[in-house]
Ligand binder design. Structure first.
Ligand SMILES: [Zn+2]
Length: 140
């Protein structure tokens, strides 16, 4: 409300991404069920006043993973869709960081990307932007 707050403009908000707890828990559940294969999915979201709220998990119909990789590209993110972020799992502990392949994929798909590693609890999830830079997110 009120006028433009110029002082706030240069100061990025701490969390630009919020994700509904249920959406993230569904993704983690999928990761647990497919373990040790990779689970991949997308999150639907909406932009609200400069931040992104991810609301719902979408499991792509032809997604499949194996122990080394997951396949994404053919169905991923038309420019005008409401799919705003991807999610995939890594089967090993402490590996919630993008691989070289992941970085390539992130840079070509834009948006935001979540990686969860075994044992797929909330603390095992990291978020990244299209450049592979880790971003903060808030579970709501
Ligand atoms: Zn990966």
């Amino acid at each position: 409300m009120g006028g433009l707050d110029l002082k706030a403009l240069g100061r990025p908000k701490r969390c630009v991404i919020q994700i509904k707890r249920q959406a993230l828990l569904s993704a983690l559940q999928g990761a647990k069920e497919l373990y040790p294969d990779e689970f991949i999915a997308l999150f639907r979201g909406e932009e609200q006043r400069g931040h992104l709220v991810l609301t719902e998990l979408i499991i792509p119909p032809f997604a499949h993973g194996d122990e080394d990789s997951s396949s994404y590209s053919p169905y991923f993110i038309p420019a005008n869709s409401s799919e705003k972020a991807s999610f995939h799992s890594h089967p090993d502990p402490d590996t919630a960081y993008p691989s070289d392949e992941d970085l390539y994929y992130f840079s070509h798909s834009g948006g935001f990307h979540f990686i969860a590693c075994h044992p797929f609890e909330l603390k095992d999830v990291n978020g990244f932007d299209a450049l592979g830079k880790q971003v903060a997110f808030e579970v709501i």
